[in-house]
Design a protein around this ligand. Structure first.
Ligand code: SME
Length: 156
């Protein structure tokens, strides 16, 4: 069993990003905070939506090198983007179309990121080597994490 995610991470993120609205800097620090704080994860980071090509491109992350382009509606990330819903995947090997970037990954959670005006920013992606790593309680905390992050980059 992994430790449940401590909701204090959301206060830490809020303090870490205080006074900064730069997208790249905030995504970089958010991915580092996730990697430093969460137990039993091997990748944390962001894919950014490109409306011109209707796909996702790799953004700031921590972990092994990863695939650069992910098509809309493909894999866990593309499904989160297309459906605009969090994808909580206890076993990635059971997820149709899962894109294996790191063979160590067995579980994954992907949260869509959308600005206040409805613009799709992309997705936040966290991978774990442990099947069943993420719970619905973790999901609620990570969705709040995404909301805190968006509040620091969304000036609309
Ligand atoms: N597994 C993801 C691809 C990104 S990596 O996990 C970093 C997916 O299926 O969309």
């Amino acid at each position: 069993m992994s430790e449940p995610i401590n909701p204090i991470i959301n206060d830490q993120l809020d303090a870490l990003l205080h006074g900064e609205t730069n997208l790249v800097a905030n995504l970089a620090n958010a991915s580092a905070l996730l990697m430093q704080t969460l137990t039993d994860i091997n990748w944390s980071g962001f894919y950014l939506y490109q409306p011109d090509t209707d796909d996702l491109i790799l953004g700031p992350f921590q972990g092994n090198v990863a695939c650069v382009h992910i098509e809309n509606n493909n894999g866990v990330c593309g499904t989160a983007l297309a459906t605009q819903t969090t994808q909580l995947v206890p076993d990635v090997h059971q997820f149709p179309g899962h894109i294996a970037c790191d063979s160590a990954s067995n579980a994954e959670i992907v949260v869509p990121l959308t600005l206040k005006d409805g613009t799709k920013l992309g997705v936040m992606d966290i991978d774990s080597p442990l099947k069943g790593r993420f719970t619905t309680a973790d999901q609620a905390i990570l969705e709040k994490f995404a909301a805190v992050l968006l509040s620091h980059i969304d000036k609309a």
